[in-house]
Design a protein around this ligand. Structure first.
Ligand SMILES: C[S@@+](CC[C@H](N)C(=O)[O-])C[C@H]1O[C@@H](n2cnc3c(N)ncnc32)[C@H](O)[C@@H]1O
Length: 280
C-alpha cells in the first residue's frame, strides 16, 4: 500500500466521522506513523508504506475519529513558534492565547528584568513563550495540578529555559509572597459549568475539566485571582488575564474593585476582546 492510498483512505474515514479538517489531520497522523515530513508525503505519494506504518496510522485514525485532537495524539503542540509537550493533565494550548503573549510583550518592552508569574500554567506555554523572548526575565508558574506542573517543567527543560523558570503547586495567588510579580499572566478556566458538555467533543472530552470549569457563571477563577492581585503585584505591576466571550466587563469590574489604577482590553485580529489588563 502506498502513502497516497493511506492518505486518501484516512481523509475519507475522518470526513465520515465529522472531523472538520480531515485531509490535514490524516496527513499529520500519517507523517507521524510513517516517520516522514509533509514534503515527502505530498511529493512522493507513490512511496510504499513500511512495515507497521498502516497499523499505527489506523490506530491514530480511530482516535481522531473519536474526536481526540491531533495534538493530543501526537503529544505535541506548537505555540508561539515553540514546541510544547502536552498530556491529559494539561489544556491543549490555543492560538488565541498568543494574543495575551503579544500584549504582555508589548507592555514589557523597554523595561528592565521582570519577575513574571503565570497562574494556572498548564503546559507552561504562556510563561515559557515570554521567557524565550525576554532573556533577562525570570518566572514562576503556578498550577493546582501537580501532573500539569511536571509537564510544564519538562517543557522548560526541553526549551532550555529551566534556569529561569520555576514551577510550584498552589491555589492561584495563595502561596505567593507579597509584591513578588512585576507581571502576572493567567489564562484561567472560564467556561460556565453548564456549558462544558455542549462544547466540541475535542474540548469537552479531552481537555481536563479543571482547565475549563469556571464555576456556575464562568467567573469563579477571576474572583479568586483579582482578590489576591493587590498583594502579590509589585508597585507599578500589571495583570494580563485571558477571558472568554462576554467576560470583558465583569472581569474589568473585578480588577477595578481590586484597585487597578488603569484598565485596558486587548482584541485579536478578528476584533474579539481576548484579554483584560489591569495596571496597578
Ligand atoms: C485554561 S487552563 C490554562 C493552561 C495554560 N496557561 C494555557 O494557557 O494553555 C487553566 C489552568 O488553571 C489550572 N487551575 C485550575 N484551578 C486552579 C487553582 N485554583 N489554582 C491554580 N491553578 C488552577 C488548571 O489546572 C489549568 O492548568
Amino acid at each position: 500500500v502506498t502513502l497516497g492510498d493511506l492518505l486518501r483512505a484516512g481523509r475519507e474515514a475522518l470526513a465520515a466521522a465529522g472531523v472538520a479538517s480531515p485531509g490535514l489531520d490524516a496527513a499529520l497522523l500519517l507523517c507521524r506513523a510513517a516517520g516522514v515530513s509533509r514534503e515527502v508525503l505530498m511529493g512522493y505519494p507513490e512511496r510504499r508504506a513500511g512495515a507497521g506504518v498502516e497499523g499505527d496510522y489506523r490506530s491514530f485514525l480511530r482516535r481522531r475519529a473519536s474526536r481526540e485532537p491531533v495534538s493530543r495524539i501526537l503529544g505535541r503542540r506548537e505555540f508561539w513558534g515553540l514546541e510544547f509537550v502536552l498530556d491529559r493533565h494539561t489544556l491543549d494550548p490555543r492560538p488565541d492565547t498568543e494574543t495575551l503573549v503579544a500584549a504582555a510583550l508589548d507592555w514589557l518592552r523597554g523595561r528592565g528584568p521582570a519577575r513574571i508569574v503565570d497562574l494556572g500554567t498548564g503546559t507552561g506555554c504562556i510563561l515559557l513563550a515570554l521567557l524565550a523572548e525576554r532573556p533577562d526575565d525570570t518566572g514562576l508558574g503556578i498550577d493546582v495540578s501537580a501532573a500539569a506542573l511536571d509537564v510544564a517543567q519538562g517543557n522548560a527543560r526541553r526549551l532550555g529555559l529551566d534556569a529561569r523558570a520555576a514551577f510550584a503547586a498552589g491555589d492561584w495567588t495563595a502561596g505567593l509572597a507579597d509584591a513578588t510579580a512585576d507581571l502576572l499572566v493567567a489564562n484561567p478556566p472560564y467556561i460556565p459549568r453548564a456549558d462544558i458538555a455542549g462544547l466540541e467533543p475535542e474540548v469537552a472530552l479531552y481537555d481536563p475539566a479543571g482547565a475549563l470549569d469556571g464555576g456556575v457563571d464562568g467567573l469563579a477563577a477571576y474572583r479568586a485571582i483579582a482578590a489576591g492581585l493587590p498583594r502579590v503585584l509589585a508597585p507599578g505591576g500589571a495583570a494580563f488575564l485571558e477571558i472568554g466571550p462576554d467576560q470583558a466587563e465583569p472581569v474589568a469590574a473585578l480588577l477595578r474593585a481590586a484597585g487597578a489604577a488603569e484598565l485596558r482590553t486587548v482584541a485579536d485580529l478578528a476584533g474579539r476582546v481576548r484579554c483584560v489588563v489591569g495596571l496597578f
